[in-house]
Ligand binder design. Structure first.
Ligand code: AMP
Length: 432
């Protein structure tokens, strides 16, 4: 039996691999999302927000039943009403579902959207890998040409630059299309069949179910085997080759640094042609990807509709925040308050709300401690926070609609009328 103490301990812990984001850390997330949204909007991306839960079937058919994400990592359950739902493990399939559901093919194409928010994967938690994580996602739906890949990568690069997280390197590959990939797949299977005994248990299964994913394995033995495996680039048909060439040429002319990674396949089934992952180029080569994406021209068809060419990518916001913290990149904070409101007694406490509201409407930041009661305690806090001014509101002041303004440096005080307060503070702060 679990003791009461143990039970309390369990209840008072966030689920494994999931974390609270407290104020000090929140400013990093806010900075990433604000900057990412600004850059994306500049390039014409519109916001979209899809539900945290989707029908499980969307992921089993869209992302692929034989992928790690769907097979081992989804949080799936049956609702009281009998629906099979899953917490979204990624954002592309939900956005494509939304595009198809709302008939967005009738809008001018391509439809360009961004979405930020939590994704959930039941992974083994470790540095850079959690079970709930935040993504900033971009999708360009309805564009067959290489410009879609180039815009997506350009926007990601600009976001990294805005966050001072450059330099980055784009690992890129083409995995071909339904014309040329089958021949490559056959060669890959031939190669691995001869070496099947050397594969890790997971890869033995991948060999049967989804051989391309053999190239995704991070086990040392499998990494070694990968070195000799056939490369997709040698099997690309002429249209895939041409497409890939155009992507690379456009990256060259946009001065975006990339490295060809002939074995990059990415973990999901829906990709075709271009796939890429972005890394910090200051890492030791073993660091986790900061972002990943690619073209997925067949996803809409897999979901039961027409072919809709599309490209998307997602940044791992937690990993960006981690990198910012490691590199000591502190986001600029909003205007810091220089005025502290002190209230003494119950009537003043209620009157404080009116004064906070006056400051809020004038866009003047203000600090206060509604919970503290003593003058000394509040003055100490104001000086600890290095406030330039304190406003003291006691019983007398409430009755007379006035307030005491104290200069924290000189200690001088004056009583002023409440109706003049905002203007006086504005004037004083502009001289500081
Ligand atoms: P993926 O499409 O799986 O490559 O995910 C895109 C990006 O999300 C990755 O490049 C990571 O930065 C981030 N990401 C994926 N899974 C996790 C995870 N479990 N924990 C933290 N970040 C993740």
């Amino acid at each position: 039996m679990v003791s009461k103490k143990e039970k309390t301990k369990i209840v008072l812990q966030a689920p494994r691999g999931m974390h609270d984001i407290l104020a000090d850390e929140y400013i990093f997330y806010q900075s990433v999302f604000e900057k990412a949204e600004k850059v994306a909007s500049y390039y014409g991306f519109q916001p979209i927000q899809t539900p945290l839960l989707e029908k499980t079937e969307l992921f089993t058919s869209g992302v692929g039943a034989a992928t790690d994400i769907v097979e081992k990592q989804m949080y799936s359950f049956r609702t009281r009403g009998g629906d099979h739902l899953s917490l979204r493990p990624e954002l592309t399939a939900p956005i494509m579902r939304s595009y198809l559901e709302h008939g967005m093919h009738t809008l001018p194409q391509p439809v360009m959207v961004w979405q930020g928010g939590s994704c959930f994967r039941h992974e083994n938690p470790q540095k850079g890998r959690t079970r709930e994580f935040q993504q900033f996602d971009l999708e360009i739906i309805g564009e067959p040409k290489p410009i879609a890949e180039v815009i997506t990568i350009r926007v990601l690069k600009s976001i990294f630059e805005e966050l001072n997280l450059s330099p980055i390197v784009v690992h890129i590959n083409s995995i071909g299309d339904k014309e040329c990939r089958p021949a490559y797949r056959r060669e890959l299977v031939n190669y691995y069949r001869k070496r099947i005994n050397q594969l890790c248990p997971d890869c033995k299964r991948r060999f049967r179910e989804n051989p391309l994913r053999l190239l995704d394995c991070k086990e040392e033995k499998c990494l070694e085997l990968k070195q000799g495996a056939p490369q997709m680039v040698n099997y690309l048909c002429s249209s895939c080759k041409q497409h890939f060439r155009e992507v690379l040429e456009a990256l060259d002319s946009a001065d975006i640094f990339y490295s060809l990674d002939n074995h990059l396949v990415r973990g999901l089934d829906y990709y075709s042609r271009t796939v890429f992952e972005i890394f910090s180029s200051e890492g030791d080569g073993n660091t986790d990807a900061l972002a990943g994406g690619g073209r997925y021209d067949y996803l809409a068809k897999i979901l039961g509709k027409r072919d809709v060419p599309a490209v998307g990518a997602a940044m791992g916001v937690n990993r960006l925040v981690q990198l910012m913290i490691e590199k000591k990149i502190i986001p600029k904070q909003r205007k810091q308050p220089k005025v502290f409101l002190i209230q003494l007694g119950n009537a003043a406490k209620y009157k404080s709300l009116e004064i906070i509201e006056m400051f809020r409407r004038a866009h003047l930041p203000l600090n206060q401690s509604i919970s503290k009661d003593s003058l000394r305690g509040q003055l100490n806090l104001a000086s600890k926070l290095d406030m330039a001014y304190a406003l003291i509101l006691g019983q007398q002041e409430v009755l007379k609609n006035s307030i005491i303004l104290r200069d924290m440096r000189s200690g001088t005080q004056e009583t002023i009328n409440l109706k003049d307060l905002v203007e006086i503070i504005k004037k004083k702060l502009s001289y500081d």
